[in-house]
Design a binder for this molecule. Structure first.
Ligand code: ADP
Ligand code: MG
Length: 257
């Protein structure tokens, strides 16, 4: 499957809120087709960074290029058709069927033909039953709602997916399953994905590359293997220490039984 996701280039991107430097001179190159995890403590600037890419937040300074093109060159609504966005507790319109919720981006883009077929394909893609199109959001479990969120984000065939703790509110088993299935989808569709997670174990398992943010800056930028082998800075080491200690504890327990 050829890669269709774009490359992403950030040059010296900053955004402050009053005295807080939410994102502080971040420069970054992300290759087409990569799956990048963005980790860091709460308040480190992860969501602000993502929202500048799809222009929900405008930077104070710096440049953001998607496939070499500045994000400001399009109207934000047009830009967002090329960028899928999934976040925690995805807001579905409670008075609309699941099918219409999934197709809302197409509806807003003025696409009239083939919406029902596209909804069916998207339900298949996120492994939800086709008859779910007729149901209402309050009939779904949390995991099903997040799958609908992924389907909705993919409706306009974006190449870039921005995922902000997309499965963070789900139980661990459901979260693991959705994470696995999203990784497969990322590969199948040749997407470029940035996924924010507070779970370093998930990032290590999922991503090609891990960015560690702290105080608005990227303090580590490494592959999972490099992060585990150390020498990537104190911030990264503190985050990696948690899954490392859990794994050691489990191994010790299994040996003692
Ligand atoms: P994260 O997603 O890593 O938890 P955020 O990007 O949400 O971090 O926030 C980074 C910093 O910017 C925090 O100190 C947060 O309080 C601040 N911040 C984010 N959005 C706003 C806003 N709209 N108004 C004021 N401060 C904000
Ligand atoms: Mg956040």
């Amino acid at each position: 499957m050829p890669v269709s996701g774009p490359s992403l280039h950030l040059q010296n991107v900053s955004r402050h809120f009053g005295p807080v430097r939410a994102v502080d001179a971040v420069s970054l190159d992300i290759a087409a087709g990569s799956l990048v995890a963005l980790v860091g403590l709460s308040g480190s600037g992860k969501s602000t960074l993502l929202k500048m890419i799809n222009r929900l937040i405008e930077p104070d300074s710096g440049t953001i290029l998607i496939d070499g093109e500045p994000v400001e060159s399009d109207d934000p609504h047009i830009l967002r058709r090329r960028i899928g966005y999934v976040f925690q507790n995805i807001g579905l319109f409670s008075h609309m069927t699941i099918g219409r919720n999934i197709a809302i981006g197409l509806e807003l883009a003025g696409v009239k033909d083939g919406r029902a077929n596209r909804v069916t394909d998207l339900l298949d893609l996120v492994e939800l039953p086709r008859d779910m199109a007729a149901r209402m959001p309050d009939q779904l479990s949390g995991g099903q709602r997040q799958r609908v969120g992924v389907a909705r984000a993919l409706a306009t065939r974006p190449g870039l997916m921005l995922m902000d703790e997309p499965f963070g509110a789900l139980d661990p088993v459901t979260r693991d399953k959705l994470t696995d299935q999203y990784k497969a989808l990322h590969e199948k569709l040749g997407l470029t994905t940035i996924i924010v997670t507070h779970d370093m174990a998930e990032a290590l398992y999922l991503a090609d590359r891990i960015l560690v943010m702290q105080d608005g800056q990227i303090r580590a930028d490494a592959t999972p293997g490099e992060l585990l082998s150390g020498n990537v800075g104190a911030e990264a080491e503190a985050l990696v220490a948690i899954p490392r200690a859990q794994a050691a504890h489990l191994i010790a327990l299994s040996k003692s039984t």
